[in-house]
Design a protein around this ligand. Structure first.
Ligand code: AMO
Length: 441
């Protein structure tokens, strides 16, 4: 199969990606383009292993072309024209007998990392050279998977009648309350980077009914851990006329679909426990447990943890719960005091709230709930949390225009990618991570 849009460079143009060459092409002239991953020289013959974004192709060189190839540094970018032929190599269906090699761009002889992964570098060194690091197929796989996951998420929401929206990331006041806001000068006043699209997504259900957004959150949290970043992506959703249990149903359907997609994509190199046949079957067939906050506290106390009803769950508590309820589980009905001002109380037990978190073991992946849409109660919740009506006046007035009851959630995309791709550091799932010590490249 030829590439649909030939990459044309001067006289020659690419006809195939590496992975497209099959036995059906034997005898045909083709052109491939990519970088030299390896060069083996056995005297009269030489072999260039040429890699492109889709995979590897073995090419065979002799005579003048072999002489020329001996001087090209590895990782240089070349275009190779050749004839497809049978191969004795076990890992390839066919190989190319090279007729012409065009050097497009020579790589330096000393590279900061080995993108074949044979010589391992630590993550910081790799992140400093991320563009080159992506030539490592294991690294590339995570980002190809991520791109596919984003596509499935968009399809899922569109099938469920959600409209994709884009809300501002430069804002004039806090969206979540609290102090973890990045601020900067905005034409002689203060501007902030959005902590989340919470207020906008709620306002938008007034007219759009169901919305979702895939966008970065910015948080000035001084948490340098394997699961925190200062800029991270979230999949946010908000829907009118649904309550939090229906939102949990949607989240669960979505996550299950993403697990199936991950398995089918074959982009996960490492042994990921969630893709082991038995676990995969359980995760995709059975309902994720929904455990009330109160029952979590009882469970923790039975396990000897010093935790009282009304307290937030510490990392240590979440680790304990994660050992007990491995994989995905919801913690539902948190005390209202532990939740942001916009979360709705339970009508039959107003100290508790219609809220949930989705956990993967100790890792919090999603947080959401039914929202308070009664403006009087919303105002008193703001006061209780020490937030001024004035800073939220643009938001509060929308609730006087006929706001429907609504619910929603925010899903940490980078954390979900950790689970799907089986890595334990969030930085592996983000191209150019921003944490407390890293702001470039
Ligand atoms: P919350 O603050 O819980 O909820 O954030 C939603 C989800 O985002 C992820 N997350 C993070 N990921 C990486 N680094 C961080 N520093 C980080 N902080 C949070 C988590 C978390 O579950 N407005 C609500 C959502 C809603 O109710 O709709 C909110 O912001 O996976």
């Amino acid at each position: 199969m030829a590439t649909t849009t030939p990459a044309k460079l001067g006289r020659i143009s690419r006809t195939h990606y590496a992975s497209q060459l099959t036995r059906e092409d034997i005898g045909f002239e083709v052109v491939v383009a990519g970088w030299i991953e390896d060069f083996r020289d056995i005297g009269k013959l030489g072999f260039i292993m040429l890699r492109d974004v889709t995979g590897l192709v073995q090419t065979v060189l002799k005579g003048e072309i072999l002489l020329k190839a001996r001087n090209i540094p590895r990782q240089s970018n070349v275009m190779i024209a050749g004839k497809v032929q049978e191969t004795k190599a076990k890992n390839f269906a066919v190989e190319l007998s090279v007729n012409e090699i065009t050097i497009l761009s020579e790589a330096s002889l000393t590279l900061p990392i080995d993108p074949t992964g044979r010589v391992e570098s630590n993550l910081d060194t790799r992140l400093d050279s991320r563009a080159l690091d992506l030539r490592n197929p294991k690294v590339l796989d995570i980002f190809v998977l991520r791109s596919g996951i984003l596509r499935i998420i968009r399809d899922f929401f569109s099938e469920n009648n959600f409209i994709e929206v884009n809300t501002p990331k430069i804002i004039g006041s806090a969206s979540e309350g609290g102090s973890n806001l990045f601020s900067f000068d905005y034409f002689r006043r203060k501007g902030y980077l959005a902590q989340s699209p919470q207020l906008y997504k709620e306002q938008l259900v007034l007219s759009l009914d169901r919305v979702f957004e895939i966008a970065p959150y910015f948080r000035a949290e001084n948490s340098h851990t394997l699961r925190h970043l200062n800029e991270f992506y979230s999949v946010d959703m908000e829907a009118a006329y649904l309550d939090y249990t229906a939102v949990m149903d949607l989240v669960e359907d979505l996550v299950k679909r993403l697990i199936v997609f991950t398995k089918e994509s074959k982009r996960v190199n490492v042994k990921n426990p969630i893709l082991e046949p038995k676990t995969f079957e359980d995760l995709t067939q059975k309902q994720f447990p929904r455990i009330r906050y109160e029952d979590c506290i009882n469970e923790l106390q039975n396990l000897g943890e010093e935790v009282e009803f009304g307290q937030d769950l510490s990392d240590a508590s979440l680790k304990k719960l994660g050992e007990k309820f491995s994989n995905f589980f919801f913690i539902v009905d948190w005390p209202l005091d532990l939740k942001p001002f916009y979360i709705h109380e339970k009508e039959d037990d107003p100290k508790m709230s219609k809220s949930f978190d989705l956990q993967f073991g100790y890792l919090e992946l999603v947080s959401g709930g039914t929202r308070q849409h009664d403006v009087t109660k919303l105002k008193s919740r703001l006061e209780l949390q020490g937030l001024s009506h004035e800073s939220f006046k643009d938001h509060l007035r929308v609730f006087e225009w006929g706001m429907p009851p609504h619910s929603g959630c925010g899903l940490g995309l980078d954390r979900l990618m950790m689970v799907l791709s089986g890595v334990n550091n969030i930085r592996e799932t983000v191209l150019y991570p921003r944490d407390t010590t890293r702001i470039s490249p």
